[in-house]
Design a protein around this ligand. Structure first.
Ligand code: GNR
Ligand code: NI
Length: 171
């Protein structure tokens, strides 16, 4: 179990395009395990590898936790790719472990279909709905150097970032 430091905005690492993984090796699985520990510790419901400084297309999520408060439902995505998104959109108040304290409504497709490699390296296809759809889109954005604040209006972004910078400087 290793908890890694989470990289915060504004850091260039968060703006890089991440590179596909060729093979899901034990080293990749170890990284995913550490990412999961880091995510649960934060706590958060998703984490992209670039947020801990690794520029590979790797995401971990646990956003399907339901009634059982402490039942863990980790999900692992290597090279996730959106192959379909709904015309239907939905609004959700998003946050990001790399921009702590900032929460803003973001509009995204309500459903999407993705392909990815799972923890064992098997190719999978998954229809994502609800919070999973929001979360996986937020994480895939990270793999492309995109942050949720890029999806909100300029005015809202500048207000949010002003507050964020002030809070960071007081840390
Ligand atoms: O913990 C997180 N919560 C969250 C809430 C709404 C939409 C997306 C997210 S993901 C975020 C963790 C994170 O920053 N992942 O990149
Ligand atoms: Ni994030």
């Amino acid at each position: 179990m290793t908890i890694l430091p989470i990289i915060k905005h504004p850091d260039d690492v968060l703006r890089k395009i991440c590179q596909p993984v060729e093979t899901v090796t034990d080293e990749v699985r170890k990284l995913m395990d550490d990412m999961l520990d880091t995510m649960y510790n934060a706590p958060g419901i998703g984490l992209a590898a670039c947020q801990i400084g690794d520029l590979r297309r790797i995401v971990v999520l646990d956003c399907v936790r339901e009634a059982e408060e402490d039942e863990k439902r980790p999900m692992f995505f290597v090279n996730p790719e959106i192959i379909w998104e709904s015309q239907d959109v939905g609004e959700y108040e998003e946050g990001c472990l790399s921009i702590p304290g900032v929460y803003e409504n973001v509009i995204r497709p309500s459903e999407c279909k993705i392909t990815f490699l799972n923890y064992n390296g098997d190719a999978q296809e998954l229809l994502c709905t609800g919070l999973l759809a929001t979360c996986i889109q937020h994480e895939i954005d990270h793999l492309n150097g995109v942050l949720f604040i890029d999806h909100i209006s300029r005015l809202k972004r500048s207000r949010a970032l002003k507050k964020y910078k002030k809070a960071q400087s007081e840390d």
